[in-house]
Design a protein. Structure first.
Length: 280
């Protein structure tokens, strides 16, 4: 007896319908998204949400801490807890090494609460956020801070400077000024790092401009002596003797023991980059 063709086709049809059903089910999940995350803070009072956020901070679970503080701010607006949550959000982003979010949160707090007793803290964290900011390449190559793009360092200096000018009695004043001294020295060293590059490539005018920038904008930095030496060397190579002699007089008056003044250098060291590198 021959098999009925329908009996052979029916299982195939059932398989196709099953596959179609599964496909629709999966597409449905994609359309409607993941199931809504359970809100474990439902019914909590402001103080409990804040305490949980603080606990997550102590555990260094910064993502969850950030979530709790954001919920606290949105659920209890215009309360002291919301204001405190805004400050905590700045700090959480700082700990997360997210300078962009940290600065944005700090700027928002400063705009909303310009007279808050802790607004100096927002300025301080703005300065810290970019103080040690480093890109992926810089971290991978252990690049020296003075070799880096100075943009982040200048941003840090500007925030700390604003803090010290606005709030000279702030508890963060002393640390801010110490960091500013460090930043000034680092920024001046960056300019000289570029100047040395130009000197080695005989781009004397470009090197001179970098050295003059240090002399004009970082007069209290540790780089003044080297900036003068670069200026003297650049003027010498460009055969600008009057300007060279002027800078030699300044160098002699302020750094009388400099080898360029005492003459304690060899003939080879009189070549600028050999001379200056020999001092280290």
């Amino acid at each position: 007896m021959l098999d009925n063709p329908v009996n052979r086709i029916l299982p195939l049809i059932q398989t196709l319908f099953l596959a179609l059903f599964l496909s629709l089910a999966l597409n449905g999940c994609a359309i409607f998204g993941d199931p809504t995350e359970i809100d474990d803070t439902k019914g909590w009072q402001a103080d409990r949400i804040y305490e949980e956020g603080e606990a997550k901070m102590r555990d260094r679970d910064y993502d969850k801490a950030l979530r709790y503080f954001q919920i606290l701010e949105s659920r209890f607006p215009n309360t002291r807890y919301a204001t405190q949550a805004q400050l905590e959000i700045i700090y959480v982003n700082y700990k997360k090494d997210d300078p962009v979010s940290c600065n944005a949160a700090a700027d928002r707090f400063i705009k909303l609460h310009p007279n808050h007793p802790n607004v100096d803290y927002a300025y301080y964290l703005k300065g810290l956020a970019t103080f040690n900011e480093r890109g992926i390449l810089e971290k991978a190559t252990a690049q020296q801070i003075s070799d880096r793009d100075p943009k982040a360092l200048k941003q840090s200096f500007a925030a700390l400077k604003e803090l010290t000018e606005r709030y000279p009695k702030s508890r963060y004043y002393k640390d801010a000024t110490q960091r500013m001294v460090y930043l000034v020295n680092t920024l001046s060293q960056h300019e000289l790092h570029v100047a040395r590059y130009y000197m080695k490539r005989q781009a004397y005018l470009a090197a001179l401009n970098r050295a003059k920038y240090v002399l004009e904008y970082y007069p209290n930095s540790v780089s003044i002596e080297e900036a003068l030496v670069i200026s003297i060397s650049a003027y010498d190579y460009m055969d600008l003797q009057d300007l060279k002699e002027d800078n030699i007089r300044v160098l002699k008056a302020n750094y009388p023991q400099n080898p360029m003044i005492t003459g304690k250098i060899t003939e080879d060291e009189s070549v600028w980059w050999k001379f200056w590198e020999s001092l280290y």
